[in-house]
Design a protein around this ligand. Structure first.
Ligand code: PLP
Length: 421
C-alpha cells in the first residue's frame, strides 16, 4: 500500500481521536429520552445521567450557570490525551493533536449548523467577545452598542477600546425582566449612523433573560449593522443553529450548559467580516481572510478541545430539548417552593416566560452576601450573587442532574435562613 507521510499523520490524528472511546460507553448505555419534554420529570432517567458525572460529597452546587462539570468520560479522555502529549510533546502536539483539531472544528460547526470555514475554536467565551469587540475595524467616534444586562467583560472590552481609540461605548439600560418588544424598541432607538457593532446575550447571566435575536437581527441587517451574539448561556440548552439565528457573529463556551471540558469555546464569523477583524493575537497577513487567524495563539494544550468531541456526543445523546425542559422543570419546582417561604422573594415571580435557567432570590433583612454565606455555612451549598444597577440578589442555578434531594436541601436551608432574619 502506498502510504504517504501525510496519510500517516492523518491516520495518527484519527487514532488519537478514537482511542479512549471506552470512556463513552457509560453514557452510551443510557437510552436517550423518547419524549424530551415529558422526560423532564423522570427522576430515574436523570439519576442515570447523574451517574455519568463525578461529585464531591461535601459540595452542593447551585451555581451551574458559572461553570458546569463535564462527564467523567470527557475528563478521562482529556487526561489520556494530555498524558499522550507528554510522551513526545513536539511530535504529538504539533503533528498529530493539532491536525486532529480539524475534526473538532467540523464537529463544532455541525453542532452550530454553520460552515467549518467560519468556525474558530477558542478557550472560552470571553476570548471570542474580546476578539470581535477589540478587533472590528472602526474609526474614532464610531460606536459599539450593548445593554446593561450584558456580560461585564463585554463592557470592559468596549471601555478599553474607548480609552485606547476613541470608539464610543454605549450601554443601553434594560430591565432584567424586560419583554421582547421593550428590548427591540430600546436598542433600535439607540442606533445611530455611527453604530458599527451591536453585542447582546442570547440569554443573560443575571436573570436568564431571553433576547429576541431573530427580530433584532432583522432590524440590524436592514441597517447593515453586524449583530454579535454572546451564546454563553444558550449553547447546549437552546437551538443555537446559526442557520436559523442568522447572525453574522456568535461566540460561546462549552463549559457551561454543554458540559464540555473547562477551557473550551467557539467564535463564528461570516466570511465577509473575517478580513474586517484584527485577531487579538497577531497573525501572518496571508491569514487575513481565514478564520484560522483567530486561533493563532502559539503552543497550547490540545487535550481540552480534543476531548470536547466526547462532550458533544454526550450532549447529542440527551438532546438540547430534553436538557432545556429538565432545567425549566427544576426551576419551576424550586421557585414554587421558595416563594411560599415567608420573607423570601423570587424576583420576577413564578411564571417567568421571558427568562430561563436561573432564579434570583432576596431574603428580607439579609444582604445577598449574608444569604450566600449562610447557604455555604449551613449546608455547603454554593451560590453566587448578582449585582446589576437595579438590585442585588442571590442567583440559584441547578443543572440537569440536580436531584430532588438537593432541591429539598436548598429549600430547607433557605427556610432556615429566612427564619433567622
Ligand atoms: C453571558 C456571559 N458571557 C460570557 C461569559 C464568559 O464566559 P467564559 O468564562 O467562557 O469566558 C459568561 C460567563 O459567566 C457569561 O455569563
Amino acid at each position: 500500500m502506498d502510504f504517504s507521510r501525510r496519510d500517516f499523520l492523518g491516520a495518527m490524528a484519527l487514532a488519537t481521536l478514537r482511542i479512549g472511546a471506552s470512556g463513552e460507553t457509560k453514557f452510551a448505555s443510557i437510552q436517550p429520552p423518547a419524549n424530551p419534554i415529558a422526560a423532564a420529570e423522570d427522576e430515574d432517567y436523570w439519576a442515570m445521567v447523574r451517574e455519568s458525572f463525578e461529585f464531591s460529597p461535601d459540595l452542593v452546587m447551585f451555581n451551574h450557570a458559572g461553570l458546569s462539570p463535564t462527564p467523567k468520560a470527557v475528563r478521562l479522555r482529556e487526561v489520556e490525551l494530555a498524558a499522550r502529549a507528554n510522551t513526545g510533546p513536539s511530535y504529538v502536539v504539533w503533528r498529530t493533536q493539532r491536525a486532529a483539531l480539524k475534526e473538532i472544528r467540523q464537529k463544532v460547526a455541525d453542532l452550530l449548523d454553520t460552515p467549518a470555514e467560519q468556525t474558530a475554536l477558542m478557550m472560552n467565551a470571553t476570548h471570542g467577545l474580546q476578539t470581535i469587540i477589540s478587533g472590528l475595524k472602526m474609526q474614532p467616534g464610531d460606536e459599539i452598542l450593548t445593554t446593561s444586562q450584558d456580560y461585564p467583560r463585554t463592557f470592559s472590552a468596549m471601555e478599553q477600546r474607548e480609552r485606547r481609540e476613541g470608539i464610543r461605548s454605549r450601554i443601553i439600560p434594560i430591565s432584567a425582566f424586560a419583554e421582547p418588544d421593550e428590548i427591540i424598541t430600546k436598542i433600535v432607538a439607540a442606533l445611530t449612523e455611527r453604530t458599527k457593532l451591536v453585542v447582546v446575550c442570547r440569554i443573560t447571566y443575571i436573570s436568564g433573560l431571553i433576547f429576541p435575536i431573530q427580530r433584532l437581527q432583522a432590524e440590524l441587517s436592514r441597517r447593515k449593522i453586524p449583530l454579535f451574539v454572546d451564546g454563553a448561556h444558550s449553547l447546549g440548552v437552546e437551538d443555537d443553529r446559526l442557520s436559523t439565528l442568522g447572525v453574522p457573529l456568535y461566540c460561546s463556551c462549552f463549559h457551561k450548559w454543554l458540559n464540555g471540558p473547562l477551557g473550551t469555546g467557539v467564535l463564528t464569523v461570516r466570511p465577509n467580516l473575517i478580513p474586517e477583524i484584527w485577531p487579538l493575537q497577531p497573525a501572518d497577513q496571508s491569514l487575513d481572510p481565514f478564520i484560522e487567524k483567530f486561533e493563532n495563539v502559539g503552543s497550547e494544550p490540545h487535550a481540552r478541545l480534543l476531548s470536547l468531541a466526547t462532550a458533544i456526543d454526550f450532549h447529542h445523546h440527551i438532546g438540547w430539548e430534553a436538557k432545556a425542559s429538565r432545567l425549566e422543570y427544576l426551576r419551576r419546582r424550586w421557585v414554587a417552593e421558595a416563594q411560599e417561604i415567608p420573607g423570601v422573594t423570587v424576583l420576577g415571580g413564578a411564571d417567568q416566560k421571558t427568562t430561563r435557567l436561573v432564579g434570583l432570590i432576596q431574603v428580607k433583612g439579609k444582604s445577598h452576601l449574608e444569604v450566600i454565606r449562610s447557604f455555604w455555612e449551613k449546608a455547603r451549598i454554593h451560590t453566587t450573587s448578582m449585582q446589576p444597577p437595579e438590585f442585588t440578589a442571590t442567583r440559584i442555578s441547578p443543572n440537569i442532574f440536580t436531584s430532588p434531594a438537593e432541591i429539598d436541601l436548598l429549600i430547607r436551608t433557605l427556610r432556615s435562613i429566612a427564619q433567622e432574619a
